[in-house]
Design a protein around this ligand. Sequence first.
Ligand SMILES: Cc1ncc(COP(=O)(O)O)c(C=O)c1O
Length: 399
Amino acid sequence: MSNLKQRGFNQFSDLSARLNLDSGDAWQVHEQALAMKQAGEDVVLLSIGDPDFRTPDPIVDNAVSHMRVGRTHYSPALGELNLRRAVADYESRISPLGCSENEVSIYPGVTSAIYSVMSCLLNPGEEILIVDPLYVGYTPILEALNLKVSAVLALSEHGFEPQLEDFKAAINSNTRVVFINTPGNPTGAIISRETLGALASYCFDRGIWLVCDEVYSMFTYEKPHISLRTAAERLDNIVVIDGLSKSHAMSGWRVGWVVAPVELTKHLGRFSAMSLFGCPQFIQDAAAFALNNDEYYVREMRAQYQKRRDLVCARLAQMPGLEYLTPESGMFIMVDISRVYKDDKEFAQKLLDAEKLSVLPGSAFGEGTTGHIRLSLVQPENMLTEGCNRLERFLQANH
Ligand SMILES: Cc1ncc(COP(=O)(O)O)c(C=O)c1O
């Protein structure tokens, strides 16, 4: 045994062990594709989820000008008042119930916001109900907090929208939090106003928190976004989380927020004071500017994504054996490949080997999307066309 081991330097907390998650072979294809790309191979990456657009110049300029005037110091734990107000205004625009800055707290991204909220709501071992398929970034948070997790299955036959009856069947007397995501990743499904409203009341009556990740709120196509705050009759048990990573192509800036009842917001402030000690001032200034002046840029980027979605869907429609639902929002298309191939992971691997096209197997997101592949739209149109060409060729060769 080495000296370091003898001293116990190879021993870490239980939390560290829980976070040592095996991402399994689901992500292998993506990682392999990235390595191939770095080695100079002609790989088409339709497996990524980071917007390819640049952050709009006026937002960048705003951040730089605030840096230059010295907005580079500590910031309040709950966030800068100008950004909290901008968020409250945005939330008031999308929900008739209105929102005050006292209900808003700021985080470096939605991931951090979710971790903070769950930390303030749940003790280790307590029960949370989630939806399958789910965004893969949730799993480490649930693991870190050592929660007891159960899931409602959202199936393609319902357009991947989780059903109220299934929530009711899955909720039990130990359920502390129901955690939903609308518009959803990876399917782009939007939960209807009726389901959101009824679920909110059902949870309220049972003393259950209903938390909703709405990071794709500005990313809906034909239908408008329906915020949980719009649908819920009362807001006492409602928490909405959102941010700028997707809508403003600002994933690297790390800007997210939580809108929650004032009492919970106070706890979140204490949690942030201990864990984050505030977010950068100049980033919050630029985020407030973005939210107050975003209409044009968000509209432009959304129009591009919609065009890309339509382009890929038109190509998929020509490929025999494949089925897909045109997503109502977001940056991804889930394609059902189960009629042409039985194993989605194997399909993704073979597609990379044969055509150097990287996609994610649906099983990476849960049972509900097993037998699917996820195509991402964060590539320019010529790249998407090339990706479709490769997929088509692969299907023809393997039929
Ligand atoms: C549903 C969902 N929530 C949260 C995140 C992460 O957001 P952020 O980058 O703001 O932490 C993502 C990123 O892909 C996502 O798809």
